[in-house]
Design a protein around this ligand. Sequence first.
Ligand code: NAP
Length: 447
Amino acid sequence: MKTSINEFIAGLEQRTPGENEFHQAVEEVIGSVWDFYMQNPRYQKANILGRMVEPERIIMFRVPWVDDRGEVQVNRGYRVEFNSALGPYKGGLRFHASVTLSILKFLGFEQTFKNSLTTLPMGGGKGGSDFSPKGKSDGEIMRFCQSFMTELYRHIGPNVDVPAGDIGVGGREIGYLFGQYKRLKNEFTGVLTGKGLAWGGSLIRPEATGFGAVYFVQHMLKQLKMDIDGLTVGVSGFGNVAWGAITKLNELGGKVVTISGPDGYVYDANGIKGEKVDYLLELRASNNDIVEPYAREFGAEFVAGKRPWEVPVNVAMPCATENEVGLDDAKNLAKNGAYLLAEVSNMGCTTEAAEYLSENIVYAPGKAVNAGGVAVSGLEMSQNSMRISWPREEVDARLKVIMENIHETCVNYGKRSGNVNKTDYIKGANVGGFVKVADAMLAQGVV
Ligand code: NAP
């Protein structure tokens, strides 16, 4: 039986009430793969899309822990094992007060397509908790991570599900999680990625998402016959991903003029580089606010309560969180002459903003732009399995090739009927990611 796209979305909304972020992510994908799906009856017959929007498994659990005052706290833990057609579930853990099942479902759904785009053998998953490490002591974070893993360890494994970091989960949290897994299972395996270098981590992993995003931007610019050297770039956030992107942009001659936090942004016309980046890292390690102290220290402008997209830049790279670029921001960027927006955060743009940017300038979605992070996680898994570690140059070279291939996939599947010279990166990334997963699901039968 043939359904229309509207009936499909309405059915999903009815089955998953209130999961707004998940609906947004599904709509974005379905909108661009629908025609392709309709042209391929074998996918319809096997109800591939119907199965793709239903996670294979969701685990939800209580995470009790004791704070520094001796009081018992409780948070909620999740792991959404979305799709294992291409390999073990793979995707980060997010620790942030805003985490809900809907957010993790959107992230796990996106992750499935992203992992497919890398061409590495990884399925899609995502997990986390409504616990925020910000403002907590190291001891509190360790006790939380140990409690979280005390339940999660039953559901993951190097050939089953391999979590990594995301917002609020960096090297410190991965260390505590790994330590507890090792203690409970009595085995040293590559069950998490983003590990420390001395105990199974990969070189370049901390920088990979940001570096990969900049490599992707290089290819986007090449299509426009431009280069990063000499361009101004607006970045948001200042977390792990923003740091990697800023480092590589500076190396290639770009000038980064903004960073941001939940309370506002900094505009630094002289460029955020060198000792300024080191200072930001120190602030970040101290668990303190970053943006305002930076402005004070270096005499830059702090704009409270606003997003950085009102600043004229050539390239915009949102690196903080979902829906951080709305339609008005998108219009501002285009009006001020930006050539492109490369989304580094997951679903960094609202649907309207993404559509506007895609039509009026050039826009590429997070699942393509930020796939370098999970790609190097995949390389970390390979190194762990082989019990070797590749030198920095080798990992970086592989990352560059992967990002080039993802860009090529977007160009191949993202041809526009009206304007053959301009790539539709939304369609390119979604159809390119979809095909491999769909074919694997077909081959594996109704499971
Ligand atoms: P992170 O290290 O925790 O940094 C997040 C940054 O965003 C911080 O600067 C944070 O500021 C800021 N932020 C958080 N919520 C915000 C809000 N509501 N408004 C404005 N700023 C906000 O996380 P990350 O790993 O860099 O991840 C950033 C984005 O990249 C996320 O969308 C994530 O899903 C995506 N991503 C990450 C990876 C990875 O390898 N880590 C891979 C692919 C995609 P405060 O610290 O002051 O809260």
